[in-house]
Write a protein that binds this ligand. Structure first.
Ligand code: SF4
Length: 289
């Protein structure tokens, strides 16, 4: 069966950087090394880190999981952490290595600056995801997390200056719709789009190139925000069926029935090797199922 390999896709520079830092630290430290949360949201990458002596400790909140570390080194993940987590790690006397993606750091700086200037900040992001947790911690009480238009409708922002910014891995199109609603409610709101270039490029490519395909397979972890947004983008914007899989064994052949061209893309934290195996598997199938 024919595969259209959607490009760009796969690793972004923030993931490559975080993995390189974590492996170097794991390989060179005599003391225990802990990843504070999943370094990137992909279980294959976490397994790879374990081979480099990095133990991942995970949980819903960074401060809570930090309580499990008493000594050694902690590595902050690509998603970034709040200043409260930094302060707690330093109080505990831990060695800290920061693998926060520079694009996430830029959003933290923006939130800090806006908060100092007295803005109320709306942050478009995913509930329960570590990136909003870290960003919001830069201005407690001044940042309001919204994920949907319905949440915009129940916002009750006080008088004064207002701004909106975003998690780096949101959907371009959903974010645009949420921003439009915010502008209807608060016409003077300032807009700072912080969706990173890697996410924007991958989403745009997936939607444009999905039009050349009958169905699209997105390879990535169920917890990866950018992976899930690729699935949404193909379904909603290109109107093509799209399915997320962790690896080739999860492909359901019923999805490919009647398809002539299968698009393949992958999240920013997906191992290239796993995507290659998926491509190989689909290519090994007969032209028509
Ligand atoms: S998806 Fe964007 S923000 Fe996240 S690690 Fe990659 S480059 Fe950085």
């Amino acid at each position: 069966m024919k595969v259209h390999f959607i490009t760009p896709q796969g690793y972004c520079y923030g993931v490559v950087r975080a993995m390189r830092i974590a492996k170097q630290v794991g390989d060179s430290s005599p003391d225990p090394v802990y990843g504070l949360g999943q370094m990137v949201h992909n279980r294959h990458m976490i397994e790879e880190l374990a081979e480099h002596h990095v133990t991942t400790i995970d949980g819903p909140h960074r401060l809570e999981i930090l309580n499990q570390v008493e000594s050694g080194t902690v590595i902050f993940t690509a998603h970034g952490v709040s200043p409260q987590v930094r302060a707690r790690a330093s109080e505990k006397g831990l060695r800290v290595i920061d693998a926060t993606c520079p694009d996430v750091t830029r959003t933290h700086e923006l939130v800090k600056r806006l908060a100092q200037e007295g803005y109320q900040i709306v942050y478009i992001g995913k509930h329960g995801h570590p990136e909003p947790e870290g960003a919001m911690g830069n201005a407690p009480g001044q940042v309001h997390l919204v994920e949907t238009i319905a949440e915009v409708d129940i916002l009750d922002l006080p008088e004064g200056k207002k701004a909106v910014t975003t998690q780096t891995t949101m959907s371009l199109w959903d974010t645009q719709e949420i921003v439009e609603r915010l502008k209807q409610r608060y016409p003077d709101i300032e807009v700072y789009n912080e969706i990173c270039t890697a996410t924007q490029d991958r989403q745009t490519a997936a939607v444009e190139q999905a039009r050349l395909c009958d169905v699209v397979i997105v390879v990535g972890d169920e917890r990866s925000s950018n992976t899930n947004r690729l699935v949404d983008a193909v379904r909603e914007r290109a109107q093509k069926p799209a399915y997320r899989i962790d690896n080739a064994t999860e492909i359901n052949l019923a999805w490919l029935q009647g398809a002539k061209v299968v698009g393949v893309t992958s999240g920013a934290s997906t191992k290239t090797q796993i995507t290659r195996e998926v491509v190989k598997f689909i290519q090994s199938l007969p032209d028509e199922l």
